[in-house]
Ligand binder design. Structure first.
Ligand code: ADP
Ligand code: MG
Length: 452
């Protein structure tokens, strides 16, 4: 990769963005960006920290993709990572911003703040009969961590608000107890962190991170299924925290008894505090959620429109939000008001998708996905682990889950004989990745358009 080429691309991108991004934001968020690597159309950007990445993704991602695509003369695929060198230097300067991943919990250092979504708070959570109990338990725990119920174990289907509640607890505890060390982690991250620290002979860092905190929020615990060593480590983490009166909150897609591949001593610990389940919300709560989300987006929708969407989109709250965002985006760029007619027109496809679920076959889904991702069907069935292939395979699992009546095991059979936990993992991974990666989301939408 020639240095001058990279320099030119960066210059061009900056010039383009400078025209459309107001100057304080441009200076804060765009100027500090560096290019780590360009290979063909894939560009890796270096950001100054996790927060920087979050802001870029929230506000400027599409413009960045566009600007890079123009500069490269082909559709760019953007990735962004923390520039560890720059971050290390900053950490050495007094008062410098420290990337959270780099901060080691040492007694005399400032308490690192957990990375929590600012929108996932108790205030933004709409309470109804399906989640009332869960919400009260979460609040009780947040107000008196380590006292009320330990562990608090929250379980329920995809997109029903588990992560939202875990983050809410994290926010509340950080407000009420500024000295508390709060750790939020998915079980996958816990696993990869564990493997990395074992390999690097740095288990003491691992223990410091997870055993010396006041609140451990661990999301989607189901992904430690079948991982014997991680489970053992988690068991000891768990015991050490509970023994010292520290709070643990766990989320999972199913109740402890229904989890497969988890050691029985862990299952019994999971059930030793308070178990609460979160259910799909009824139409009144869905309507209230839509109104709240619209308000957060700075838009107003009438009761009638909210009710119309809520009645027609019932799978889960993530999809409900998707429908709303789509409607608001349409109104935004067409200058129309979100009336019931517009909602009807805009959501026709969406609802057809919902009703039409049953009619899609596995072959159709696989074929359309392979075309959009440019991967051959043989690779999908095989063991190829390259990112593009693995991603396409998981997208097929995700779409099959959404648009067929097949069970996880049946879907697994159709994509090269994979087991149900691999499929469950793939489905959640794509659901989450789409939230974070607009490019992937676009690809998936392209597949859906092909199928409709
Ligand atoms: P899960 O972790 O259970 O899969 P999430 O917590 O990620 O689900 O929720 C999916 C989306 O739905 C998030 O954007 C979240 O803010 C929203 N959501 C879920 N439940 C509620 C609720 N009761 N009130 C407001 N928003 C909600
Ligand atoms: Mg979640």
């Amino acid at each position: 990769m020639a240095k001058t080429y990279v320099g030119q691309i960066l210059k061009q991108v900056r010039e383009e963005l400078k025209l459309s991004i107001p100057s304080p934001k441009y200076e804060l968020l765009i100027l500090p960006l560096k290019i780590g690597d360009i290979t063909d159309n894939a560009v890796t950007l270096l950001a100054t920290g996790e927060k920087h990445i979050e802001w870029l993704r929230e506000e400027f991602w599409e413009r960045l993709v566009h600007a890079f695509s123009q500069a490269l003369g082909k559709p760019a695929e953007l990735h962004v990572v923390v520039d560890t060198e720059a971050a290390d230097q900053r950490a050495e300067q007094p008062g410098g911003m420290q990337p959270l991943s780099k901060v080691l919990p040492q007694a005399n250092r400032a308490i690192p703040r957990p990375l929590l979504n600012p929108r996932f708070t108790f205030e933004h959570f709409v309470v109804g009969p399906s989640n009332q109990f869960c919400w009260s338990a979460a609040k009780a725990v947040a107000e008196r961590p380590g006292y009320a119920y330990n562990p608090l174990f929250i379980y329920g289907g995809v997109g029903l608000g588990k992560t939202h509640l875990l983050h809410s607890i994290g926010h509340r505890v950080t407000q009420l107890y500024p000295n508390y060390k709060v750790v939020y982690v998915t079980s996958e991250r816990f696993t990869s962190d564990f493997i990395e620290k074992v390999r690097g002979g740095r288990m003491n860092e691992f223990h410091q991170r997870y055993r010396q905190c006041d609140l451990l929020l661990i999301d989607d615990i189901q992904f430690i299924a079948g991982k014997v060593e991680t489970q053992m480590e988690f068991y000891h983490t768990f015991m050490s925290l509970v023994d010292t009166g520290k709070q643990i909150v766990i989320s999972s897609d199913s109740s402890p008894q229904d989890m497969k591949g988890i050691e029985s001593r862990l299952v019994s610990r999971f059930g030793s505090g308070l178990l609460v389940d979160i259910e799909p919300p009824p139409v009144e709560t869905r309507t209230a959620i839509l109104r709240k989300k619209a308000e957060l987006e700075g838009a107003a929708i009438s009761d009638e429109v909210a009710r119309f969407i809520a009645e027609n989109v019932h799978s889960n709250i993530r999809e409900l939000e998707g429908a709303l965002i789509r409607l608001l985006a349409f109104c935004d760029f067409s200058g129309s008001k979100p009336t019931i007619e517009v909602a009807h027109r805009m959501l026709a496809d969406f609802m057809k998708g919902q009703r039409g679920r049953r009619f899609l076959s596995m072959e159709q889904i696989a074929q359309a996905t392979c075309e959009v991702f440019r991967v051959s069907a043989n690779l999908i069935m095989g063991r190829d682990r390259r990112k593009k292939v693995a991603e396409a395979r998981m997208v097929i699992m995700y779409l099959a889950r959404e648009h067929t009546n097949l069970t996880l095991s049946q879907i697994g059979e159709e994509v090269g004989g994979r087991d149900h936990s691999t499929v469950s993992h793939g489905v959640s991974k794509i659901a989450q990745a789409m939230d974070e990666d607009p490019y992937l989301k676009q690809m998936v939408q392209q597949v859906i358009r092909k199928l409709s």
